[in-house]
Design a protein around this ligand. Structure first.
Ligand SMILES: Cc1ncc(COP(=O)(O)O)c(C=O)c1O
Length: 393
């Protein structure tokens, strides 16, 4: 009989249990320090040469950050992980660690705005060719990948229009040409989706979002094979955007409730999406859990839950957006997502704040769009609040 894997909630509570040997605290200590001291030079050198376990300097490694990295790696089914000060540090370090001039990257139009700008503006300056495909055209992505691809970069569901990419299909195309495949799994979380099981080499999270869940820190993490993570870690060691120990401690605490929070947010988002579909002021609702959604069949295939974020396009355009947002009581007007509080905003102030109005329009983002990142509040209250805010249009 094969041993059944513990479920994600059991894993997020019990993985990497490490009772502190000195204090017997069942909660891991926050190792807030710059460097680690040894009794003699030989031991110090053995640790530095990785012949003995231990740490030298917190820019390179830190015990609290390491526990967080190991826990996310385990939740994603990866061998190893390395953590960062922000999600963008994780993304840009991954790209710079793995790419060289003359290489070709394939990605899609609907990436998170700052990621999109890496492909549009930053990497081309280093003579790295970035081909941006239509997110909803897998044939185009496959054709471009087949022409040559060193790194295939995916994000699904996308921010803010919740488009769904077929991870297994696109990874298979990438593998045929020997590409490294990367997936930003921030929106889905390891509770809802595990890209590594679908053939992805590296999974990235903005830990600022669901992994934290409380909006009180910034962080990022990359997990994957030991070999690839080592390359990224070595680049991070040189450039320095590591996660600080206190944020790692808070993240370890947050991960224990990840399953509970995400299940509730999945349920709230589904109920809110159905509710909004029935409202006369709403032109369309974007949520992969809706049968009406273009990506629903693929989402059903690769996701266990559809996530806590939806967006909707109001018939009244930007004036209607302002009327609704200015009147919602149980939602913060803010740029974050994935926290226990509902957080809302238009793309112009959230996911695509870095883009000009023309670039947003070229990226297919409607003027009447609101991104609604649902929290863990009671859904009846959220729906009543939405009803009164829609009435203000
Ligand atoms: C999907 C996605 N990836 C990456 C990031 C960047 O993360 P951070 O803000 O932690 O740098 C964000 C931020 O909103 C995001 O939504």
């Amino acid at each position: 009989m094969t041993k059944k894997q513990p479920g994600p909630s059991t894993q997020s509570v019990h993985l990497m249990r490490s009772v502190d040997p000195l204090t017997h605290s069942l909660i891991p200590p926050v190792v807030m320090n710059a460097s680690f001291a040894y009794d003699d030079v030989d031991t110090w050198q053995a640790v530095a040469l990785k012949q003995k376990p231990g740490d030298i300097y917190s820019r390179n490694s830190n015990p609290t950050a390491r526990l967080f990295e190991q826990k996310v790696a385990a939740l994603e089914g990866a061998e190893a992980g390395t953590s960062f000060a922000t999600g963008m540090a994780a993304i840009s370090t991954t790209l710079f660690a793995l790419l060289s001039p003359g290489q070709r990257v394939i990605s899609v139009k609907d990436n998170y705005g700052a990621t999109y700008l890496h492909f549009l503006q930053i990497l081309p300056r280093f003579n790295i060719e970035c081909v941006i495909c239509d997110t909803e055209n897998p044939e185009q992505i496959e054709t471009e990948v087949a022409k040559g691809c060193h790194l295939l970069y995916l994000e699904t569901p996308t921010n803010p229009t919740l488009k769904v990419l077929d991870i297994a299909r696109l990874n298979a195309a990438g593998k045929q040409v020997g590409a490294i495949t990367v997936c930003d799994n921030t929106f889905a979380t390891p509770i809802n989706q595990n890209p590594i099981a679908l053939g992805t080499d590296l999974v990235i999270h903005s830990a600022t979002k669901y992994l934290c869940g409380h909006g009180d820190l910034l962080g990022g993490v990359v997990v994957g094979s030991t070999e690839l993570v080592k390359k990224i870690y070595e680049f991070r060691e040189l450039t320095g955007p590591m996660l600080d120990a206190f944020s790692a401690f808070l993240l370890l605490r947050s991960l224990k409730t990840l399953g509970l929070r995400v299940e509730r947010q999945n349920a709230n988002a589904m109920a809110m999406a159905r509710f909004l579909e029935a409202q006369p002021q709403v032109k369309s609702v974007f949520y992969p859990g809706l049968e009406s959604n273009k990506g629903h069949e693929i989402a059903k295939k690769q996701m266990r839950g559809f996530g806590g974020i939806l967006s909707f396009d109001l018939k009244g355009g930007y004036q209607a957006v302002k009327a609704v947002l200015n009147n919602l009581k149980y939602a913060y007007l803010a740029a974050n997502l994935g926290q226990v509080e509902t957080v809302v905003g238009p793309p112009a102030t959230t996911s695509h704040v870095e883009l000009t109005a023309e670039e947003r329009s070229a990226a297919g983002i409607p003027e009447g769009l609101i991104r609604y990142a649902v929290g863990i509040e009671d859904i009846e209250d959220l729906q009543a609040d939405m009803t009164q805010a829609l009435a203000k249009i």
